[in-house]
Design a protein around this ligand. Structure first.
Ligand SMILES: *[C@@H]1O[C@H](CO)[C@@H](O)[C@H](O)[C@H]1NC(C)=O
Ligand SMILES: *[C@@H]1O[C@H](CO)[C@@H](O)[C@H](O)[C@H]1NC(C)=O
Ligand SMILES: *[C@@H]1O[C@H](CO)[C@@H](O)[C@H](O)[C@H]1NC(C)=O
Ligand SMILES: *[C@@H]1O[C@H](CO)[C@@H](O)[C@H](O)[C@H]1NC(C)=O
Length: 375
């Protein structure tokens, strides 16, 4: 590992002139974007038409993909050139298809971080350490979500608190590890085809007002989602909730009118840090399980520069408009986050590899799931 890191910068300096040359003297001027829905296709076509009307060099084409995996295949074999993808898919695109990134979204105007995953507990719970969670109770936004599953379970695997063995059965290992939990959706046939996922993974769930839909993978389960996981800890059913660093602030000060949220006070909560210590709620930058990156534009290695240059021209004209076509808005198309997240402030160039974009902590979390056969 160390050797690799020392060699990288050198390899990089050697590559840079090559990249810029291939970028300037490039024959191909069309960029075909892989889109996933009618609404996204429409926004792509509008962008293409507006780009042509404004004489922006290059041509945008819109190619319809069946799903994200299909878009990866199309980019790999040249049927498409680019698509915007979220973190877990970027990992698969890089690992399984050797694809890279041309650009990434910046939401705050500074970096490419979307949010931090934090572990939240009641301040009154003493003797609680993330390094000793055995038999404790936990609240998760949902099965197979980044915040509620990939990151916390990846952390427990990396710190050797759970081990899935050769069976690679994550729900079983997690159920044996925690005392009881709420992992909405863990008993859904889709995630539990044999019906033998541990029952205790639903024991901190409460269902709806009539005790129905317990452990459902939707809002009828009142402990579902990030607000639901926070509620689960606020109501003393769980010792720890895995949520975003913004979750608590999104539910305070009357923003959430449910009684558990109105009763909640900032002073009642604390963060648990991966090194076993604890911290205040505003200390997420140093006390988090992972910094999850924003979406980024997946391309073939040789297209990194070419696609970036084209995107740069597009965002110079359509990135910050108050009238006419707007690159980072999906208003009028009936869906959100089309082509890019609506929260995007600007696109930044990605010169480094996809693993640097994902960052070391998040990459470690994803590696914990390698036995599931990512590709
Ligand atoms: C430009 O975009 C708008 C939507 O913002 C769309 O209505 C219009 O048709 C587009 N223009 C062209 C020439 O495609
Ligand atoms: C490229 O991959 C896509 C998706 O798998 C497939 O539909 C298409 O036929 C392939 N095209 C070529 C030229 O191989
Ligand atoms: C967008 O435009 C507004 C007003 O013209 C300006 O204040 C702002 O800094 C611009 N933002 C970017 C990212 O260029
Ligand atoms: C993974 O575990 C190792 C050893 O316990 C630790 O040094 C490292 O910081 C952990 N990585 C993450 C991302 O938590």
């Amino acid at each position: 590992m160390e050797h690799l890191e020392r060699r990288l910068p050198v390899a990089f300096l050697l590559l840079l002139p090559l990249l810029s040359v291939s970028c300037v003297s490039n024959q191909k001027t069309t960029v075909s974007w892989c889109v996933l829905s009618d609404a996204e296709e429409q926004k792509c076509l509008d962008l293409a038409g507006n780009a042509t009307a404004r004489n922006i060099r290059g041509t945008l084409q819109c190619v319809r993909g069946l799903n994200t995996r299909d878009c990866m295949d199309k980019i790999k074999n040249g049927t498409a050139d680019a698509a915007s993808m979220f973190a877990d898919d970027i990992y698969a695109a890089g690992l399984c298809h050797g694809l890279e990134l041309a650009a990434g979204e910046s939401h705050n105007g500074v970096d490419g971080i979307s949010y931090y995953v934090v572990a939240m507990a009641r301040r009154s719970s003493s003797d609680l350490s993330l390094l000793e969670m055995h038999e404790r109770s936990s609240c998760h936004p949902g099965i197979r979500t980044t915040v509620g599953w990939t990151v916390p379970i990846g952390y427990l695997v990396n710190t050797s608190q759970i081990s899935v063995g050769e069976q690679c059965n994550f729900p079983k290992a997690v159920g044996h590890f925690f005392g009881y939990s709420c992992v909405p959706g863990v008993k859904d046939p889709q995630h539990d085809p044999r019906g033998n996922n541990p029952k205790n993974l639903c024991e901190a769930c409460i269902g709806d007002e009539n005790d129905r839909h317990i452990c459902a993978n939707n809002h009828r389960e009142r402990h579902f989602g990030e607000a639901g996981a926070l509620r689960c800890v606020a109501e003393n059913l769980g010792d720890v909730a895995f949520v975003k660093h913004t979750t608590v602030f999104d539910n305070l000060d009357g923003k959430n009118q449910e009684s558990w949220a109105l009763d909640l006070e900032l002073e009642d909560l604390k963060l648990l840090c991966p090194d076993g210590s604890e911290a205040g709620l505003d200390e997420h930058e140093r006390c988090h399980l992972a910094a999850v990156p924003t979406n980024a534009v997946v391309v073939r290695m040789e297209d990194k520069c070419r696609v970036w240059k084209y995107l740069e021209r597009l965002q110079n004209v359509f990135g910050n408009t108050t009238e006419g076509f707007s690159l980072f808005s999906s208003a009028g198309y009936g869906e959100s986050d089309l082509l890019f997240s609506d929260a995007t402030h600007h696109l930044q160039r990605v010169l480094s590899s996809y693993t640097s974009w994902l960052g070391p902590t998040y990459t470690t979390m994803l590696q914990a799931f390698e036995c599931e056969g990512f590709c």
